[in-house]
Write a protein that binds this ligand. Structure first.
Ligand code: OOG
Ligand code: MG
Length: 267
């Protein structure tokens, strides 16, 4: 670690304030070029502690930048992980207020809910499927706190991987008998198909994303508890949305998830 505890706490407050005030800020590596990976996750952990201290419940975990489409769009090359909050959870069909967000984008993802804990290192797809209670469709609404959605990996890790809102719905299914690699997804914005993908877009197999999360946390001596809800990362590139937009994502075998965006655009 290169940053002091005081700087880590200060950066956590700075980034959380950007979220709460919906004000984009410069990526933090501009002012702290010597920040390392551990510092980045330490800032994310400090944001998590700040929220828990205010009564926020952590509702799940997320992987990000797990598909080539996402890595290419953001110009980065490694998957990252973050956490989901209770206040980020939106119901299927929800009207999501863009006034509470800076520059939202939507991503079609597959979510897993575990019935057994998972702990890396050495966790593989077989372990993940054996520990999975069910899968279900989930659409993430990401909202980077950085100006113009521009960042590097360390800055976005510190910013809790752009986590903002997520919508779950459709049908929960056991992964048994479903070819997750071929599971098709069609993302429609205002009735028009804007992105399509198959499960293999996420690290070759969406369960690989959960295995990687278990291994990343395992390296820090942590496990993923039974019951955890995990989003595996956008299968397609993220699609920008504004007030007036309607999003519907159809998943093969899992039904569909939709939402509309309302309120006053900030841009
Ligand atoms: C980082 C978060 C990425 C995903 O599903 O790939 C993410 C970002 O692109 O802002 O949530
Ligand atoms: Mg995502």
């Amino acid at each position: 670690m290169n940053l002091s505890t005081a700087i880590i706490e200060q950066l956590a407050e700075h980034l959380e304030n950007a979220e709460l005030k919906r004000e984009a800020v410069a990526k933090i590596t501009d002012a702290h070029p010597d920040m390392d990976w551990e510092d980045a996750y330490a800032i994310q952990d400090a944001i998590r502690r700040r929220k828990i201290a205010r009564g926020v419940r952590i509702a799940g975990l997320k992987m990000g930048l797990t598909s080539f489409a996402k890595m290419k769009q953001m110009g980065v090359s490694d998957p990252i992980h973050g956490f989901l909050t209770d206040y980020g959870s939106c119901l299927d069909g929800a009207a999501i207020d863009v006034g509470g967000l800076i520059h939202p984008k939507v991503e079609a993802e597959i979510a897993f809910v575990l019935k057994h804990p998972l702990k890396g290192p050495g966790c593989h797809i077989g372990d993940v499927l054996a520990a999975t209670d069910f899968i279900l469709p989930a659409v993430e609404v990401i909202d980077s706190r950085y100006e113009n959605f521009r960042f590097d990996l360390k800055s976005v890790i510190a910013d809790n991987t752009s986590s903002a809102r997520y919508v779950t719905g459709g049908q929960m299914r056991s992964p048994v008998g479903i070819d997750l690699k071929c599971l098709g997804v069609v993302l429609e914005k205002n009735g028009e198909v804007v992105a399509t993908a198959a499960g293999a877009a996420v690290l070759g197999h969406p369960a690989q994303s959960v295995a990687m999360l278990a291994n990343m946390l395992g390296a820090k001596g942590q496990e993923i508890p039974a019951g955890t809800f995990i989003m595996t990362g956008g299968m397609t590139e993220a699609i920008a949305v504004e007030a007036g937009d309607h999003i519907s994502v159809r998943y093969q075998h899992l039904g569909s998830v939709s939402m509309r965006f309302v309120g006053t655009n900030n841009h």
